[in-house]
Ligand binder design. Structure first.
Ligand SMILES: NC(=O)C1=CN([C@@H]2O[C@H](COP(=O)(O)OP(=O)(O)OC[C@H]3O[C@@H](n4cnc5c(N)ncnc54)[C@H](O)[C@@H]3O)[C@@H](O)[C@H]2O)C=CC1
Ligand SMILES: N/C(=C\C=C\C(=O)O)C(=O)O
Length: 554
């Protein structure tokens, strides 16, 4: 059976039921055909592109309505409100990043749909909030079970929708989505409140936490189901009802999740998912007077807009924004561990993770050695079709984003920086079908000044800068010299140094001699322009509840 890993990058032991579609890329569908019941090893057989495309649509059609568009059928998503799938009056094209083709239509919802969702969430709130934590925990555990059982279909859909490799979707995104439900199903059972005594006044005081009501959840396109469930799970565990708006660029797995809700016992109206653009439906959600909290993950400019719109209603905001994360590599670092980890922290998910490394500071006397080995390792970080099991990186999310990321490399070159590998240096070869996809090679920039936009601004793509430093004091000052303060990694075999440097870094998360080992119990989030608030067991619970102090005179 599926064994969920705690650490996203470990490959899981998993059974793939016979007949599971293993790949939907390049028109080749690899069908899992069990070769040996005992070992659960699966062989694959190859189908023709036409047959496999038909098979994919058939397998998804059972859960997604489709619409014929010329020769090709498109997936038609629908809003999920009050436990029902509802069509919309207009739609947005959604692209397969690995081919640049439209393959899905996303509802272009607006105020009307938000109003309907608020009504459904309002009606569901009394009953859901009255359920015990134990009862809500059981529903979340069933959701986790269903996500795990649907892992392959969800991973296939996530990879096709976001452009990430199927391997990453299978080993990180979807397992973490299940883990989010499982984690908050447990943590909701263990929160405590406070009590004090004033015997001299014959009084006692105690605190209680109650759900806030309807929670507005807005999630980004880089880790679609992973981050959507990271918000949904704690919100409903605490007894709230939710209206979620995923990114219009990656809406499919959110829609597929809706298919599982009834089976998990989620009552109608508890989870409502409304699709569409930020300015249209996102702002309708943020502005609605009956939605007292907004949990948002995305860009800083959007966070500013959300803050403006919510201010008149004095809403509670959780803003998880971007980063310009440094890796600081001291001369006594173990390069055999540091280099592969820093390649991964720079380029995982096409560099489209807010925690990715985009500035690498290397102590001068190992700078040349590091640079040589790092570039060698980067060139082995293979860009390929998302379904290619040997690919480390897939396609970026959109043509616009690809051009934005490329423009940073061009600016660096224009400023006299050196591009050691990747964009404009190495040759990217892709199958014909993928040549209109949004692919880019992992790119390493050196000889770049701290004042350069590549060293100051969030690029959010497979681009990282490597610069030398001399002293501990100098590198801390330089690492802290950007407006962001989200994450950092520190590499040294000197434990007291790593503790000392970690404490001085302006970052909400510091990994020493590792990256992205996540402890969901502890606060997650950044400082400065990386956001407001934290997420985690207690932090999310506190955010999605209101606290009250009650005094009893006896
Ligand atoms: N987790 C992170 O730190 C992320 C950072 N980014 C950064 O943001 C840049 C732009 O990416 P986008 O996807 O456009 O991020 P975005 O912040 O515009 O979108 C994130 C979510 O916010 C929604 N949204 C957008 N405008 C809104 C508005 N006015 N009101 C309410 N909701 C709104 C979007 O529909 C999406 O669901 C990226 O290039 C990257 O630099 C993007 C995604 C994730
Ligand atoms: N918020 C993001 C990542 C969160 C990771 C985690 O909670 O483990 C992001 O990439 O935007």
């Amino acid at each position: 059976m599926l064994s969920l890993t705690h650490y996203p990058f470990l490959i899981m032991d998993q059974q793939l039921p016979s007949g599971t579609l293993l790949s939907l890329e390049s028109g080749i569908f690899w069908r899992a055909a069990r070769t040996n019941e005992d070992t659960d090893r699966v062989g694959v057989s190859e189908q023709s592109p036409e047959d496999s495309h038909r098979e994919l649509l058939h397998s998804l059609k059972s859960i997604l309505p489709t619409m014929a568009a010329g020769k090709k059928e498109l997936l038609m998503l629908e809003n999920f409100i009050g436990g029902k799938f509802l069509p919309c009056s207009s739609y947005i094209d959604s692209y397969d990043p690995s081919t640049g083709e439209v393959y899905c239509k996303v509802p272009n919802s607006g105020k009307e749909e938000i109003e309907a969702a608020v009504e459904a969430a309002r009606e569901a709130f009394p009953a859901w909030s009255s359920r015990s934590p134990q009862e809500r925990s059981m529903v979340l555990n069933r959701l986790a079970d269903l996500v795990e059982q649907s892992l392959e279909e969800l991973a296939q859909a996530e990879s096709k929708d976001q452009g990430k490799t199927l391997t990453l979707a299978r080993t990180m995104d979807i397992p973490r989505a299940a883990q989010n439900f499982r984690f908050f199903a447990s943590s909701i059972l263990h929160h405590t409140t406070e009590c004090t005594q004033m015997d001299h006044l014959s009084c006692m005081h105690y605190t209680v936490r109650t759900p806030v009501g309807i929670a507005g959840l807005i999630s980004p396109w880089n880790l679609p189901l992973y981050l959507l469930t990271w918000k949904i799970a704690p919100a409903i565990a605490a007894g709230n009802t939710v209206i979620a708006k995923p990114s219009e660029l990656t809406s499919v797995t959110a829609w597929m999740l809706c298919k599982l809700l009834d089976k998990a016992g989620v009552p109608p109206g508890v989870i409502n998912i409304v699709f569409g653009t930020g300015p249209r439906v996102g702002e309708a959600l943020v502005s609605h007077p009956e939605v007292p909290v907004i949990s948002f993950t995305g860009s800083q400019p959007t966070a500013e807009r959300i803050t403006q719109l919510s201010a008149p209603h004095c809403k509670k905001l959780s803003l998880e924004l971007g980063g310009k994360n440094p890796a600081i590599i001291f001369e006594d670092a173990n390069l055999e561990e540091c280099i592969p980890a820093t390649v991964r922290s720079s380029f995982a998910n096409q560099g489209e993770i807010c925690l990715c490394t985009s500035r690498i500071f290397v102590q001068r006397n190992i700078y040349s050695e590091f640079l040589k080995k790092f570039v060698e390792a980067t060139r082995k970080w293979k860009v390929g079709m998302p379904s290619d099991p040997s690919a480390s990186m897939g396609a970026l999310i959109s043509k616009a984003h690809l051009e934005k990321v490329r423009s940073y490399v061009m600016k660096a070159r224009a400023e006299g920086a050196q591009i050691l590998c990747g964009e404009g240096v190495d040759q990217l070869s892709l199958p014909l079908r993928n040549q209109a996809g949004y692919f880019m090679l992992p790119t390493v920039i050196t000889d770049v000044k701290d004042e350069s936009c590549c060293m100051k601004e969030e690029i959010f793509g497979p681009v990282t800068c490597v610069v030398p430093f001399d002293s501990e004091e100098e590198v801390i000052k330089r690492a802290n010299s950007v407006k962001y303060g989200l994450a950092a990694t520190v590499w040294s075999s000197n434990v007291s140094l790593t503790h000392r440097v970690a404490k001085k870094l302006q970052a909400g998360l510091v990994w020493t001699n590792c990256w992205l080992i996540r402890e969901l119990n502890l606060p997650f989030g950044g400082m400065k322009s990386s956001g407001i608030g934290r997420e985690g067991a207690k932090d999310s619970y506190d955010f999605f509840t209101e606290i009250k102090t009650i005094t009893v005179k006896h």
